[in-house]
Design a protein. Structure first.
Length: 256
């Protein structure tokens, strides 16, 4: 199922039932899982592993060397999980030796056209990156997050799980889990209630998260004061604990 015009290195490992379209280029040290479809003119550079059941659309480029002046040709990797969809002209670059050595895209992600995932990014499961999303290096995006079109995210920023980032936003600080953020520069606009409800969050969890959000962002408290009040006033359900832990661990500062 490999088109005769495709160039596939003898050092690549191609799983069963993989379809490789016209003029595809696949380099050495590439692993492609069973059932994956690779459309015409896609390029997969060395040191890439793609899980089973995915689809790589035409002109996508995966595994290019990082756009970093500190990169010195070291052996680094891209790993894309099972059942990912990578649309036209998406670029995913390898990691760097100083940044952990790997760029990761979790299972079930949807990377829409012209998305760029830079070196050492770590994207969780079932993440949606809409058209022209631009991720600088070392970014972390949590499970089930959605990032709108034409969004630019600063390096080392974290976006928490189940967060929603509106289109044309410029994100320069961490976005907590479970919230909506939008704007240039991005600011918070409450909980992502629709997304949380769709993923089965209970009324009790939503109520606790709403209370936590209000204490942290609406009462004019310092972060230390707000977290102390959350500890005293909100039941420590898992979602609240995760929200608080995310705030405590921020290095870039929190979007407010």
């Amino acid at each position: 199922m490999i088109h005769p015009t495709a160039i596939v290195s003898a050092g690549a490992e191609i799983g069963s039932d993989v379809t490789v379209g016209p003029y595809v280029v696949i380099g050495d040290n590439v692993q492609i899982g069973a059932g994956t479809q690779i459309e015409a003119h896609a390029v997969i550079e060395p040191f890439v592993k793609i899980g089973p059941g995915g689809r790589i659309f035409q002109f996508a480029a995966i595994g290019g060397i990082p756009q970093s002046l500190r990169f010195e040709g070291e052996e680094t990797y891209v790993q894309i999980g099972p059942r990912c969809i990578v649309r036209e002209f998406v670029t995913v670059h390898r990691g760097t030796g100083f940044g952990g050595g790997i760029t990761e895209v979790g299972e079930g992600c949807f990377l829409m056209a012209y998305t760029h995932v830079a070196h050492d990014c770590r994207i969780g499961r079932n993440v949606v990156l809409a058209n022209n999303t631009t991720l600088a290096g070392h970014i972390e995006i949590g499970d089930h997050a959605t990032v709108g079109g034409l969004v630019a995210i600063h390096q080392f920023v974290r976006v928490g799980e189940h967060a929603f980032v509106g289109g044309k936003s410029a994100v320069v600080k961490d976005i907590p889990p479970y919230v909506i953020a939008a704007g240039d520069r991005a600011t918070l606009h409450g909980l992502n209630r629709v997304g949380l409800q769709r993923h089965g969050f209970s009324r009790e969890s939503l109520a606790a998260l709403k209370k936590t959000y209000r204490i942290v962002f609406r009462f004019g408290l310092t972060l230390k004061e707000a977290l102390a009040r959350v500890h005293a006033a909100v039941a420590p359900i898992p979602a609240v604990v995760r929200f608080v832990d995310f705030l405590k661990s921020s290095q870039r500062g929190i979007t407010r």
